[in-house]
Design a protein around this ligand. Structure first.
Ligand code: KG4
Ligand code: ZN
Length: 357
Protein backbone atom coordinates (compact mmCIF):
# COMPACT_ATOMS: atom_id res chain seq x y z
CA UNK A 1 0.00 0.00 0.00
CA UNK A 2 1.18 3.51 -0.80
CA UNK A 3 0.13 6.77 0.87
CA UNK A 4 0.94 10.40 0.07
CA UNK A 5 1.24 12.54 3.20
CA UNK A 6 1.07 16.34 3.45
CA UNK A 7 2.26 18.50 6.37
CA UNK A 8 1.62 22.24 6.69
CA UNK A 9 0.76 22.89 10.34
CA UNK A 10 3.67 25.18 11.20
CA UNK A 11 6.55 26.51 9.11
CA UNK A 12 7.42 23.52 6.93
CA UNK A 13 5.60 22.73 3.71
CA UNK A 14 6.15 19.01 3.28
CA UNK A 15 4.97 16.05 1.22
CA UNK A 16 6.11 12.44 1.35
CA UNK A 17 5.22 9.03 -0.02
CA UNK A 18 5.53 5.94 2.20
CA UNK A 19 4.57 2.28 1.88
CA UNK A 20 3.15 -0.19 4.36
CA UNK A 21 6.57 -1.93 4.21
CA UNK A 22 7.97 1.05 6.13
CA UNK A 23 9.72 2.44 3.08
CA UNK A 24 9.99 6.18 2.54
CA UNK A 25 9.83 6.59 -1.24
CA UNK A 26 10.18 10.36 -1.07
CA UNK A 27 10.31 13.02 1.64
CA UNK A 28 10.21 16.68 0.54
CA UNK A 29 10.48 19.41 3.16
CA UNK A 30 10.53 23.09 2.29
CA UNK A 31 11.37 25.19 5.31
CA UNK A 32 10.08 28.77 5.58
CA UNK A 33 12.94 29.72 7.91
CA UNK A 34 14.06 32.69 5.79
CA UNK A 35 10.57 34.20 5.76
CA UNK A 36 10.15 34.02 9.56
CA UNK A 37 13.74 34.67 10.65
CA UNK A 38 13.42 38.50 10.72
CA UNK A 39 10.62 38.12 13.32
CA UNK A 40 12.41 35.53 15.49
CA UNK A 41 9.43 33.19 15.33
CA UNK A 42 6.67 31.88 13.08
CA UNK A 43 4.19 34.51 11.84
CA UNK A 44 0.94 32.59 11.15
CA UNK A 45 -0.28 34.75 8.27
CA UNK A 46 3.08 34.62 6.49
CA UNK A 47 3.17 30.85 7.06
CA UNK A 48 -0.28 30.27 5.53
CA UNK A 49 0.55 32.28 2.41
CA UNK A 50 3.92 30.57 2.01
CA UNK A 51 2.26 27.12 2.27
CA UNK A 52 -0.19 28.13 -0.44
CA UNK A 53 2.63 29.25 -2.73
CA UNK A 54 4.68 26.09 -2.27
CA UNK A 55 2.34 23.19 -1.73
CA UNK A 56 1.61 22.21 -5.35
CA UNK A 57 5.31 22.14 -6.24
CA UNK A 58 6.22 20.15 -3.13
CA UNK A 59 3.49 17.56 -3.74
CA UNK A 60 4.52 17.26 -7.40
CA UNK A 61 8.15 16.81 -6.39
CA UNK A 62 7.30 14.16 -3.78
CA UNK A 63 5.31 12.17 -6.34
CA UNK A 64 8.02 12.51 -8.99
CA UNK A 65 10.84 11.49 -6.64
CA UNK A 66 8.83 8.52 -5.41
CA UNK A 67 8.22 7.47 -9.00
CA UNK A 68 4.56 7.00 -8.21
CA UNK A 69 1.46 8.09 -10.15
CA UNK A 70 -1.65 9.39 -8.34
CA UNK A 71 -3.52 6.36 -9.68
CA UNK A 72 -1.09 4.10 -7.79
CA UNK A 73 -1.84 5.70 -4.40
CA UNK A 74 -4.12 3.99 -1.88
CA UNK A 75 -4.94 7.11 0.14
CA UNK A 76 -3.97 10.74 0.86
CA UNK A 77 -3.19 11.84 4.41
CA UNK A 78 -2.77 15.43 5.57
CA UNK A 79 -2.17 17.02 8.94
CA UNK A 80 -5.64 17.99 10.17
CA UNK A 81 -4.41 19.69 13.36
CA UNK A 82 -3.32 20.74 15.89
CA UNK A 83 -1.40 23.67 14.49
CA UNK A 84 -1.66 27.10 12.89
CA UNK A 85 -5.07 26.86 11.31
CA UNK A 86 -4.28 28.84 8.14
CA UNK A 87 -1.52 26.41 7.24
CA UNK A 88 -3.50 23.33 8.23
CA UNK A 89 -6.34 24.49 5.94
CA UNK A 90 -3.95 24.71 2.98
CA UNK A 91 -2.73 21.13 3.45
CA UNK A 92 -6.19 19.70 4.13
CA UNK A 93 -7.79 21.42 1.13
CA UNK A 94 -4.97 20.29 -1.16
CA UNK A 95 -5.29 16.70 0.05
CA UNK A 96 -9.09 16.75 -0.24
CA UNK A 97 -8.83 18.09 -3.81
CA UNK A 98 -6.42 15.30 -4.82
CA UNK A 99 -8.63 12.74 -3.07
CA UNK A 100 -11.75 14.02 -4.85
CA UNK A 101 -10.14 14.13 -8.31
CA UNK A 102 -8.52 10.69 -8.06
CA UNK A 103 -11.32 9.11 -6.02
CA UNK A 104 -9.03 8.20 -3.13
CA UNK A 105 -9.71 7.95 0.61
CA UNK A 106 -8.71 11.01 2.66
CA UNK A 107 -7.26 10.83 6.18
CA UNK A 108 -7.02 13.90 8.44
CA UNK A 109 -4.05 13.06 10.65
CA UNK A 110 -3.33 14.36 14.15
CA UNK A 111 0.11 15.99 13.84
CA UNK A 112 1.03 14.78 17.33
CA UNK A 113 0.16 11.22 16.31
CA UNK A 114 2.56 11.71 13.41
CA UNK A 115 5.37 12.49 15.88
CA UNK A 116 4.21 9.67 18.19
CA UNK A 117 4.28 6.95 15.53
CA UNK A 118 7.34 8.03 13.46
CA UNK A 119 9.50 5.58 15.34
CA UNK A 120 7.32 2.71 14.12
CA UNK A 121 8.22 3.76 10.58
CA UNK A 122 11.94 4.17 11.25
CA UNK A 123 12.38 1.30 13.74
CA UNK A 124 15.06 0.71 16.37
CA UNK A 125 18.80 0.86 15.72
CA UNK A 126 18.68 -2.53 14.00
CA UNK A 127 15.71 -1.37 11.91
CA UNK A 128 13.22 -3.62 13.73
CA UNK A 129 9.67 -2.37 14.20
CA UNK A 130 8.94 -0.90 17.65
CA UNK A 131 5.95 -2.62 19.21
CA UNK A 132 3.19 -1.09 21.35
CA UNK A 133 3.07 -0.17 24.17
CA UNK A 134 5.93 2.28 24.60
CA UNK A 135 6.64 5.34 26.69
CA UNK A 136 6.89 8.53 24.63
CA UNK A 137 8.50 11.87 25.40
CA UNK A 138 7.09 14.27 22.81
CA UNK A 139 9.10 17.48 22.82
CA UNK A 140 8.52 20.06 20.10
CA UNK A 141 8.01 23.76 19.57
CA UNK A 142 4.41 23.59 20.73
CA UNK A 143 4.26 20.56 23.01
CA UNK A 144 6.05 18.85 25.85
CA UNK A 145 4.29 15.69 26.99
CA UNK A 146 4.90 12.24 28.38
CA UNK A 147 2.50 9.62 27.06
CA UNK A 148 2.03 5.90 27.07
CA UNK A 149 1.42 4.90 23.46
CA UNK A 150 -0.84 1.87 23.85
CA UNK A 151 -1.65 1.63 20.16
CA UNK A 152 -2.62 3.78 17.20
CA UNK A 153 -5.32 6.13 18.49
CA UNK A 154 -4.81 5.04 22.08
CA UNK A 155 -2.76 7.32 24.32
CA UNK A 156 -2.50 7.85 28.04
CA UNK A 157 -1.01 11.20 28.93
CA UNK A 158 1.12 11.08 32.06
CA UNK A 159 2.23 14.69 32.02
CA UNK A 160 2.31 17.90 30.02
CA UNK A 161 3.73 21.39 30.34
CA UNK A 162 1.86 23.78 32.55
CA UNK A 163 3.28 26.76 30.65
CA UNK A 164 5.80 26.71 27.78
CA UNK A 165 6.95 23.92 25.50
CA UNK A 166 10.65 23.09 25.64
CA UNK A 167 11.23 23.94 21.97
CA UNK A 168 9.80 27.39 22.66
CA UNK A 169 12.27 27.83 25.55
CA UNK A 170 15.12 26.85 23.21
CA UNK A 171 13.87 29.33 20.61
CA UNK A 172 13.52 32.17 23.16
CA UNK A 173 16.98 31.50 24.61
CA UNK A 174 18.43 31.82 21.12
CA UNK A 175 16.37 34.92 20.36
CA UNK A 176 17.52 36.70 23.52
CA UNK A 177 21.12 36.45 22.28
CA UNK A 178 20.33 37.01 18.60
CA UNK A 179 21.45 33.52 17.61
CA UNK A 180 18.84 33.20 14.88
CA UNK A 181 15.73 31.15 14.23
CA UNK A 182 14.93 28.32 14.76
CA UNK A 183 16.82 28.50 18.00
CA UNK A 184 17.08 24.85 19.02
CA UNK A 185 19.86 23.84 16.63
CA UNK A 186 21.78 27.09 17.33
CA UNK A 187 21.57 26.64 21.11
CA UNK A 188 22.80 23.07 20.71
CA UNK A 189 25.70 24.25 18.54
CA UNK A 190 26.79 26.99 20.95
CA UNK A 191 26.36 24.66 23.95
CA UNK A 192 29.03 22.35 22.53
CA UNK A 193 31.72 24.93 23.42
CA UNK A 194 30.14 26.11 26.66
CA UNK A 195 30.40 25.48 30.40
CA UNK A 196 27.16 23.75 31.52
CA UNK A 197 27.62 24.73 35.17
CA UNK A 198 28.80 28.34 34.84
CA UNK A 199 25.36 29.84 35.40
CA UNK A 200 23.03 28.64 38.11
CA UNK A 201 19.61 28.09 36.53
CA UNK A 202 16.42 26.63 38.04
CA UNK A 203 15.14 23.11 37.30
CA UNK A 204 11.35 23.74 37.51
CA UNK A 205 9.28 20.93 39.07
CA UNK A 206 12.36 18.72 39.49
CA UNK A 207 11.82 16.40 42.45
CA UNK A 208 8.07 17.03 42.53
CA UNK A 209 5.57 14.22 42.17
CA UNK A 210 4.10 13.47 38.74
CA UNK A 211 5.30 14.02 35.21
CA UNK A 212 4.31 17.61 34.38
CA UNK A 213 6.78 20.16 33.03
CA UNK A 214 7.29 23.88 33.44
CA UNK A 215 9.83 26.00 31.58
CA UNK A 216 8.73 29.61 32.02
CA UNK A 217 10.80 30.12 35.20
CA UNK A 218 13.87 28.76 33.45
CA UNK A 219 13.26 31.08 30.51
CA UNK A 220 12.95 34.09 32.83
CA UNK A 221 16.17 33.22 34.64
CA UNK A 222 17.99 32.86 31.30
CA UNK A 223 16.81 36.37 30.42
CA UNK A 224 18.01 37.76 33.76
CA UNK A 225 21.34 35.97 33.38
CA UNK A 226 21.86 37.56 29.97
CA UNK A 227 20.85 40.99 31.33
CA UNK A 228 23.44 40.64 34.09
CA UNK A 229 26.30 40.03 31.66
CA UNK A 230 28.77 42.89 31.10
CA UNK A 231 27.33 45.70 28.96
CA UNK A 232 27.79 45.61 25.22
CA UNK A 233 27.51 42.73 22.80
CA UNK A 234 27.44 39.26 24.42
CA UNK A 235 30.77 37.53 23.84
CA UNK A 236 30.90 34.22 21.97
CA UNK A 237 32.05 32.44 25.15
CA UNK A 238 29.21 33.92 27.21
CA UNK A 239 26.72 32.82 24.55
CA UNK A 240 28.14 29.31 24.67
CA UNK A 241 28.06 29.20 28.47
CA UNK A 242 24.44 30.42 28.63
CA UNK A 243 23.42 27.85 26.01
CA UNK A 244 25.26 25.02 27.76
CA UNK A 245 23.84 25.97 31.16
CA UNK A 246 20.32 26.19 29.72
CA UNK A 247 20.58 22.87 27.89
CA UNK A 248 21.95 21.24 31.02
CA UNK A 249 19.08 22.55 33.17
CA UNK A 250 16.47 21.54 30.60
CA UNK A 251 18.05 18.10 30.33
CA UNK A 252 17.97 17.67 34.12
CA UNK A 253 14.24 18.44 34.10
CA UNK A 254 13.55 15.99 31.28
CA UNK A 255 15.48 13.21 33.02
CA UNK A 256 13.68 13.78 36.34
CA UNK A 257 10.23 13.80 34.72
CA UNK A 258 11.04 10.78 32.53
CA UNK A 259 12.23 8.86 35.57
CA UNK A 260 8.79 9.29 37.16
CA UNK A 261 7.11 8.35 33.89
CA UNK A 262 9.20 5.18 33.56
CA UNK A 263 7.96 4.04 36.99
CA UNK A 264 4.34 4.66 36.00
CA UNK A 265 4.84 3.03 32.60
CA UNK A 266 6.42 -0.13 34.04
CA UNK A 267 3.73 -0.38 36.71
CA UNK A 268 1.06 -0.35 34.00
CA UNK A 269 3.09 -2.43 31.53
CA UNK A 270 5.67 -4.56 33.37
CA UNK A 271 6.86 -6.00 30.04
CA UNK A 272 7.22 -2.58 28.38
CA UNK A 273 10.54 -2.27 26.56
CA UNK A 274 11.05 1.19 25.04
CA UNK A 275 11.33 4.86 25.85
CA UNK A 276 10.89 6.83 22.63
CA UNK A 277 11.63 10.51 22.10
CA UNK A 278 10.17 12.49 19.20
CA UNK A 279 9.36 16.02 18.07
CA UNK A 280 11.79 18.75 17.03
CA UNK A 281 13.73 18.90 20.31
CA UNK A 282 14.43 15.16 19.96
CA UNK A 283 16.93 16.15 17.26
CA UNK A 284 19.17 17.41 20.09
CA UNK A 285 22.11 15.02 20.48
CA UNK A 286 22.86 15.96 24.09
CA UNK A 287 19.26 15.24 25.13
CA UNK A 288 19.24 11.98 23.17
CA UNK A 289 22.47 10.92 24.87
CA UNK A 290 21.11 11.62 28.32
CA UNK A 291 17.83 9.79 27.65
CA UNK A 292 19.77 6.83 26.29
CA UNK A 293 21.80 6.66 29.52
CA UNK A 294 18.59 6.92 31.57
CA UNK A 295 17.12 3.98 29.66
CA UNK A 296 20.22 1.88 30.29
CA UNK A 297 19.95 2.60 34.02
CA UNK A 298 16.32 1.43 34.02
CA UNK A 299 16.69 -1.61 31.77
CA UNK A 300 14.74 -0.02 28.92
CA UNK A 301 15.71 0.38 25.27
CA UNK A 302 15.92 3.86 23.82
CA UNK A 303 14.58 4.72 20.39
CA UNK A 304 14.36 7.95 18.42
CA UNK A 305 13.71 8.74 14.78
CA UNK A 306 16.68 10.08 12.78
CA UNK A 307 17.08 13.81 13.50
CA UNK A 308 15.58 14.82 10.13
CA UNK A 309 12.36 12.96 10.98
CA UNK A 310 12.14 14.46 14.49
CA UNK A 311 11.42 17.94 13.15
CA UNK A 312 8.25 18.41 11.13
CA UNK A 313 8.00 16.31 7.98
CA UNK A 314 5.33 14.60 5.92
CA UNK A 315 6.71 11.05 6.10
CA UNK A 316 5.40 10.90 9.67
CA UNK A 317 1.98 12.12 8.51
CA UNK A 318 1.84 9.58 5.68
CA UNK A 319 2.86 6.85 8.14
CA UNK A 320 0.26 7.79 10.79
CA UNK A 321 -2.23 7.82 7.92
CA UNK A 322 -1.03 4.35 6.95
CA UNK A 323 -1.56 2.97 10.46
CA UNK A 324 -5.10 4.29 10.36
CA UNK A 325 -5.77 3.22 6.78
CA UNK A 326 -4.74 -0.36 7.59
CA UNK A 327 -7.44 -0.34 10.28
CA UNK A 328 -10.00 1.07 7.82
CA UNK A 329 -10.11 4.36 9.68
CA UNK A 330 -10.49 7.12 7.08
CA UNK A 331 -12.26 10.50 7.01
CA UNK A 332 -14.77 11.91 4.59
CA UNK A 333 -14.39 15.19 2.73
CA UNK A 334 -16.42 17.01 5.42
CA UNK A 335 -13.46 16.64 7.81
CA UNK A 336 -12.88 19.92 9.69
CA UNK A 337 -9.32 20.98 10.59
CA UNK A 338 -8.77 21.18 14.35
CA UNK A 339 -6.55 23.91 15.86
CA UNK A 340 -6.53 21.89 19.12
CA UNK A 341 -6.50 18.12 19.09
CA UNK A 342 -5.18 16.32 22.19
CA UNK A 343 -3.90 12.76 21.84
CA UNK A 344 -5.51 11.79 25.13
CA UNK A 345 -8.83 13.65 25.33
CA UNK A 346 -9.53 12.09 28.76
CA UNK A 347 -6.36 13.40 30.40
CA UNK A 348 -7.07 15.58 33.42
CA UNK A 349 -6.37 19.25 32.79
CA UNK A 350 -2.92 20.10 34.14
CA UNK A 351 -2.79 22.77 36.80
CA UNK A 352 -1.73 26.20 35.58
CA UNK A 353 -2.78 28.65 32.93
CA UNK A 354 -2.25 28.44 29.21
CA UNK A 355 -1.90 24.69 28.98
CA UNK A 356 -1.32 23.76 25.37
CA UNK A 357 -2.30 20.11 25.43
O1 KG4 B 1 8.38 19.25 15.84
P1 KG4 B 1 8.80 20.58 15.34
O2 KG4 B 1 9.56 20.65 14.04
O3 KG4 B 1 7.58 21.54 15.20
C1 KG4 B 1 6.51 21.51 16.10
O4 KG4 B 1 5.61 20.64 15.93
O5 KG4 B 1 6.57 22.32 17.06
O6 KG4 B 1 9.66 21.25 16.50
C2 KG4 B 1 10.28 22.49 16.33
C3 KG4 B 1 11.02 22.85 17.59
C4 KG4 B 1 11.59 24.26 17.58
O7 KG4 B 1 11.28 24.88 18.80
C5 KG4 B 1 13.09 24.03 17.42
O8 KG4 B 1 13.87 25.05 18.00
C6 KG4 B 1 13.26 22.71 18.16
O9 KG4 B 1 12.13 21.95 17.79
N1 KG4 B 1 14.50 22.04 17.76
C7 KG4 B 1 15.51 21.77 18.60
C8 KG4 B 1 16.54 21.20 17.81
N2 KG4 B 1 16.10 21.12 16.52
C9 KG4 B 1 14.84 21.64 16.52
N3 KG4 B 1 15.65 21.98 19.92
C10 KG4 B 1 16.81 21.61 20.50
N4 KG4 B 1 17.86 21.07 19.81
C11 KG4 B 1 17.76 20.86 18.48
N5 KG4 B 1 18.78 20.32 17.81
ZN1 ZN C 1 5.74 18.97 15.06
Amino acid sequence: MIILGIESSCDETAAAVVTDNREILSNEVLSQIDEHAPYGGVVPEIAARAHLDAIDTIVERAMKNAGVKFSELDAIAATGGPGLIGGVLVGVMTAKAIAAVHDLPFIGVNHLEGHALTVRLTGDEAGNEIQFPYLLLLVSGGHCQLLIVEGQGSYKRLGTTIDDALGEAFDKTAKMMGLGYPGGPMVEKYAQNGDPVRFSLPRPLKGRAGCDFSFSGLKTKVRQTIENLPEGPVSEQDKSDVCASFQNAAGDVLIDRCEHAIDTFLEAHPNGTHLVVSGGVAANQSIRGRLNALCKAHGLSFAAPPAALCTDNAAMIAWAGMERFIKGDTDDLFFCPRPRWPLDPDAPKAAGAGVKA
